[in-house]
Design a protein around this ligand. Structure first.
Ligand SMILES: [Zn+2]
Length: 464
């Protein structure tokens, strides 16, 4: 039995882990490498294996760094089944179509530059049609249902608590009548977050493949997250300002809306208008609404007595561009939640342009922002920022709240590792920048777990 790391190794993008056993090739994740367009193009275009040789794909959740190259894999010859939970299939449907639009726009931009330099144009990685076709390969199964996915290979999904539908995958493989259990954590979430159930402890694996996005960093405590949000809304409303929240469309937006709903119902904040201004968020929220099987007990009970935990009287979802523009003329206090979370594009740019120079307003940053992004400059409170090529003074109050993170932090990862380490032969540490994964290996060793490995891209390991 062999395990090879083809992406998401000493890096957080492009996750692809190939298991070969009993003549089956099982690909865990098929993520997109993200970063500078031209540098990642080749890596995304040229798979390090023959796509048609893969028998099945198993997908832990719908984030693009995990599933974003599934349409590319299908376009280049993969014709097997893709296993995921029901909610992951539905979220992947909208996220892959959105990604296909971005791919088509990006390739036009890159090719105009290449043409000016006299270079040959790139071909698009995949189109909207490819994304739509790839969705037909999905076979979705519920949590805790064992399912045979290949010769001697059984699959079971457990809660990962990361985003809607996210799963920890357990593979039970019998090769030469010897059973081996492999646990792949996918991305794992924080404890006690709203909406989703907490991640599950799945002991007894022989090999563990574990994410380490925050292998060396801790987040703000999730205690009092609601009251901190209330304070921001109340202070800004007292000044007559607006609260602008740049947010990822899937997960973070629904969490924030859920909290605002609760705070409004408990009368801890005034009944200010809340606008969710992003077509993708509107679509994603629809998918949240139809998957109560993923909710924790509180939210599940809530929808039994109320109809929609993601909507309330003063909350409006905006799909049309025209309506979004009308928000520019809205003079009263309000909350605007819009994407992208890192402020690299999307409607949030218009809202920031209209609000950042006025100290009455607040920009609340609730997600991770990569270096060099506009979001990172706001987090770092740069005195001036550039939007659409123009400079604006950053006079609005800036609040950074990282308790909303969808990822477990260092201490949470460590406690998870200890709880599943009953008889693991190896811990493969993946999906983290190199410094985070290596540091986490150190923390594991200090905690007495000395069998961890930080694989490099392309490295294979025999699982015996
Ligand atoms: Zn993720």
């Amino acid at each position: 039995m062999k395990l090879t790391f083809f992406g998401g190794a000493r890096s957080v993008t492009g996750s692809k882990f190939l298991i070969e056993a009993n003549g089956e090739k099982i690909l865990l994740e098929c993520g997109l490498f993200q970063g500078k367009r031209e540098a990642t193009y080749d890596k995304n275009k040229n798979f390090p294996f023959k796509p048609s040789s893969i028998n099945v794909v198993v997908l832990s959740h719908a984030h693009i760094d995990h599933c974003g190259n599934i349409p590319g894999l299908c376009r280049q010859g993969f014709d097997g089944m893709i296993f995921s939970t029901h909610a992951t299939r539905d979220l992947a449907g909208i996220l892959l179509q959105d990604s296909a639009h971005l791919q088509e726009n990006d390739i036009n931009y890159v090719n105009r530059k290449r043409e000016r330099r006299g270079e040959k144009p790139f071909k698009v990685l995949y189109t909207f049609e490819d994304a739509e076709k790839a969705m037909r390969r999905f076979v979705s199964i519920n949590y805790h249902r064992e399912f045979t996915i290949g010769n001697g290979v059984k699959l079971k999904f457990y809660d990962a608590g990361h985003i809607l539908g996210s799963a920890i995958t357990e593979l039970s493989i019998k090769e030469n009548s010897r059973p081996v259990k492999i646990l792949f954590t996918g991305d794992i979430g924080r404890k006690h977050m709203p909406i989703l159930r907490d991640k599950e402890i799945v002991p007894g694996a022989d090999y563990i493949i574990m994410e380490t996005t925050y292998g060396d960093r801790n987040h703000h405590s999730t205690d009092n997250i609601e009251s901190r949000l209330a304070e921001v809304i109340n202070n800004t409303c007292k000044r007559g300002g607006k609260v602008i929240i740049p947010s990822f469309s899937v997960g973070r937006t629904q969490q924030v809306v859920y909290f605002l709903h609760e705070l409004t119902a408990k009368k801890k904040i005034p009944e200010v208008p809340v606008f969710v201004d992003s077509p993708l968020s509107v679509n994603a929220t629809e998918i949240f609404r139809i998957h109560p099987e993923c909710y924790n007990e509180d939210v599940y009970r809530y929808i039994l007595s109320n109809d929609n935990p993601f909507g309330f009287a003063n909350c409006e979802y905006i799909r049309e561009a025209e309506k979004s523009k009308q928000l520019n003329n809205f003079k009263k206090s309000c909350v605007i939640i819009s994407s992208s979370g890192m402020c690299e594009g999307g409607r949030i740019l218009h809202h920031l342009k209209n609000t950042v120079t006025d100290p009455k307003n607040t920009v609340m940053m609730v997600g991770f922002c990569a270096p060099e992004t506009l979001g990172r400059k706001i987090v770092e409170k740069a005195p001036k920022i550039k939007i659409f090529g123009d400079e604006y003074e950053l006079n609005a109050e800036i609040v950074v709240e990282n308790a909303f993170s969808a990822h477990a932090d260092r201490d949470e990862l460590l406690s998870y590792a200890k709880s599943v380490n009953s008889n693991a032969k190896s811990f493969f540490l993946v999906h983290g920048d190199e410094d985070q994964s290596l540091a986490f290996a150190g923390h594991l060793a200090t905690a007495g777990i000395r069998n961890s490995v930080v694989p490099r891209e392309g490295e294979s390991y025999d699982l015996n």
